[in-house]
Ligand binder design. Structure first.
Ligand code: ADP
Length: 260
């Protein structure tokens, strides 16, 4: 598999507060990677860097072996091509919707990017996401889960190569969470998903990258091995002490049912 993304020694600060510390990460085409870390560990910031919204002051970022620079992203044509291929679903879908109907919402980005056969494309993706019955509704009136599906339809209709999902299960009930997990598993593109939920991480991807409280990558691999490592679990600060024990007793299974 060829490499789609590579971060080399990337650090990021807001003011003088470091929120990503010397991050190196490479992702192969077709991989489903989960970024796991507590709130504030830097997950959203990392996705925004990969989406080219934020630019790291230190380190390098390559997309399909091409170095992505702030200068390139300031070029309209380059940014347009890049943002069509690398798309980000924000944690709060309200920040992404602004059209009067669901149809317009999905059609909007298709028009922006010059796609043809817009009606067919909207129809295909709304059907795939189970929102065809909502096409004439205002997206603002929908539930959080429905809004999220509208945003996903509008991003996926662009046929991106890399889908970035910021805590996509954080505001979903268990049924919608299960639906989303199945849906993502069937998608044939590279996906990077963030979550703070240890129990959900293995469902969202086969490879888990753990960000510590100190904003460093402390683990990259199979989650089963991660939860066997007491020291790393403590560094990640992902579970309470009594749940910690639980993780060791049942180390080959995932018994974290909260929020799922
Ligand atoms: P996560 O997604 O893991 O919760 P974030 O990347 O959102 O982490 O945030 C990492 C840290 O950066 C947090 O302490 C957060 O308060 C801070 N932060 C996030 N966005 C900004 C911003 N625009 N300005 C200043 N600090 C920020």
């Amino acid at each position: 598999m060829s490499e789609i993304l590579s971060l080399k020694n990337v650090s990021f600060r807001y003011g003088n507060k470091t929120v990503l510390d010397n991050i190196s990460l490479s992702v192969k085409k077709g991989e489903k990677v989960v970024i796991l870390g507590i709130n504030g560990s830097g997950k959203s910031t990392l996705l925004k860097i990969i989406n080219g919204i934020l630019f790291p002051k230190k380190g390098e970022f390559f997309y399909k072996n091409e170095k992505i620079t702030e200068k390139k992203l300031k070029n309209r044509d380059f940014a347009k091509k890049f943002r069509k291929e690398v798309v980000l679903l924000f944690q709060n879908p309200d920040s992404m919707i602004f059209n009067p109907t669901v149809y317009d919402e999905i059609a909007f980005s298709l028009k922006q990017f010059g796609f043809e056969n817009i009606e067919e494309r909207v129809s295909f993706w709304s059907e795939k996401l189970g929102i065809s019955h909502l096409l004439n509704r205002s997206p603002f009136e929908l539930s959080g889960g429905e809004k999220q599906k509208v945003c996903l339809a509008s991003l996926l209709s662009l046929q991106p190569e890399l889908l970035l999902l910021d805590e996509p299960t954080a505001n979903l009930d268990p049924r919608s969470t299960g639906w989303l997990i199945d849906f993502l598993q069937d998608l044939d593109i590279t996906i990077i998903t963030t979550t703070h939920n240890l129990g959900l991480a293995p469902e969202l991807g086969e490879r888990t990258v753990v960000l510590s409280e100190n904003h460093e990558i402390i683990y990259d691999g199979n989650l089963t091995d991660f939860i066997k490592n007491k020291e790393l679990l403590e560094k990640a600060n992902l579970i309470h002490k009594h749940r910690h024990l639980h993780a060791h007793i049942y180390h080959s299974h995932f018994h974290f049912h909260d929020e799922y």
